[in-house]
Design a protein around this ligand. Structure first.
Ligand code: SF4
Length: 440
């Protein structure tokens, strides 16, 4: 065994917190420790071992041949799809957008199946947010709305709030009031000063009542359709929130098996944040899961104007979030070839099943583990953040560097760039042939 080497300030993509204080210990080309990481983070780092398989239709081939086959198949498709799975650096995401643009493809990411309803609520109502650093330094009242911090964002409380001291919260936890709202089984797993339990069926009514009480102290008298107990709860919560110098409203943007997440719920949470902002400062923070999902949204916005659900079919990007999910268009057979970029293990089993019905190209870490892609083109790559350096965005859209601690034979970004250049060449050749045919 070789002498272990330690790399500090490594960013973890195990959840959207993107902790950048991880010390990764490597010995004999394996990760043997990820100091400071929580259990979820340790799982994400694993031992750093990834498969390195390149196959076309089940046969092992060289990289050049696989890239050429991928480009040919995608160019032959009438309605191609480019899908961004989790686990990509912003650099790799950018290359995938370029391929979608060249192919006039449908472009989507895991966001459309997870956080889209919250994003639409923000687009329609506006959303006042803040960085996690601002929460840490300023938030003196925190309202955690049914979010499972312990299981999903394990270091949020100790790194950002309510645990650590900040510029205007010098005593850390003791400088803050923490309110936890449990929505039936969806417990807000955080150490709290006040805990409120509400029925799932009453969640929307409670949010609406709370917003009304924030907007007008007398509103609770008019909320006659609510039980007296709920009215009192709404009034007391509003009073506590309005007593803050700086409130933080923290909820989960991702689906949660413990409760139903509707558009109306996200709209009500967004409106509550806006109402609080009229009376005090409030930052609403919708937490995202791991794999640089916020990065995908931002890259897509930067390059197309929209965060997901984009269609290039007309030669320019159109936002089609209400035209059906990727799952719907695959079921309707409105896609005849798919390029999936990123870790295919991060996509849902429904989507994986639907993808098995179209010609597929899978490029990313663990691509060869996707059984549904076995009959297409498969190119395994290193993991961005473990084998490949780059950039990722934290859940609050703060960019952080990804540091490679192990080597890998190829990166996703450079492989996609090679596919893009093959696609460009194929399309130019086709255009030349067409021009000559028209001229003759
Ligand atoms: S809290 Fe999230 S980002 Fe931080 S170490 Fe745990 S999994 Fe990684």
């Amino acid at each position: 065994m070789t002498q272990p080497s330690v790399t500090g300030n490594v960013t973890c993509l195990g959840c959207g917190c993107a902790c950048d204080d991880i010390e990764v210990v490597v010995a004999s080309e394996r990760i043997v420790d990820a100091r400071n990481a929580c259990q979820l983070g340790r799982q994400w780092f694993g031992d750093g071992q990834v498969p390195s398989i390149i196959r076309v239709d089940g046969a092992d081939v060289g990289l050049e041949q696989a890239v050429g086959s991928a480009a040919t198949r995608l160019c032959e498709a009438a309605r191609p799809l480019v899908y961004l799975a989790p686990g990509l650096s912003c650099e790799a995401q950018r290359e995938a957008v370029a391929v979608a643009d060249l192919l006039r493809a449908r472009l989507d990411s895991i966001t459309s199946a997870t956080a889209l309803i919250g994003i639409l609520a923000g687009q329609e109502h506006g959303s006042a947010s803040a960085t996690l650093g601002e929460l840490r330094n300023r938030a003196d009242v925190l309202l955690f709305w049914g979010v499972d911090l312990e299981a999903r964002y394990p270091r949020f409380a100790s790194r950002y709030a309510p645990g650590p001291p900040g510029m205007f919260t010098p005593e850390g936890r003791r400088s803050r009031t923490v309110i936890a709202v449990d929505i039936e089984r969806a417990t807000a797993t955080v150490d709290s000063d006040v805990r409120v339990a509400i029925e799932a069926a009453d969640e929307l009514a409670m949010l609406t009542a709370l917003e009304a009480c924030v907007r007008s102290p007398d509103a609770s008298n008019n909320l006659t359709s609510l039980a007296e107990r709920s009215r009192n709860t709404a009034r007391e919560l509003a009073t506590a929130l309005l007593a803050a110098r700086y409130t933080a409203l923290v909820y989960d943007a991702e689906p949660d098996d413990r409760s139903v997440r509707t558009s109306a719920r996200f709209e009500a949470l967004t409106s509550l944040g806006q109402a609080l902002n009229d009376r005090t400062r409030c930052a609403a923070l919708a937490l995202r899961a791991g794999g640089n999902r916020s990065g995908a949204d931002s890259v897509l916005v930067a390059q197309t104007g929209y965060p997901c659900a984009i269609d290039f079919a007309r030669g320019f990007p159109r936002y089609v979030p209400h035209d059906g999910t990727v799952l719907d268009i695959l079921r309707d057979r409105d896609v005849d070839a798919a390029l999936v970029v990123g870790d295919p293990m991060g996509i849902s089993s429904d989507l994986a099943h639907s993808l098995s019905n179209v010609r597929s190209v899978v490029i990313g870490p663990h691509a060869s583990d996707a059984a549904w892609g076995a009959r297409g083109v498969i190119i395994d790559t290193g993991i961005d953040g473990i084998h490949v350096s780059g950039t990722a965005l934290r859940t609050d859209d703060v960019p952080l560097p990804l540091r490679a601690t192990l080597s890998a034979p190829r990166s996703t970004a450079e492989t996609i760039r090679a596919v893009a250049s093959n696609v460009r060449r194929t399309l130019l050749n086709a255009h030349d042939i067409e021009s000559k045919a028209l001229g003759s």
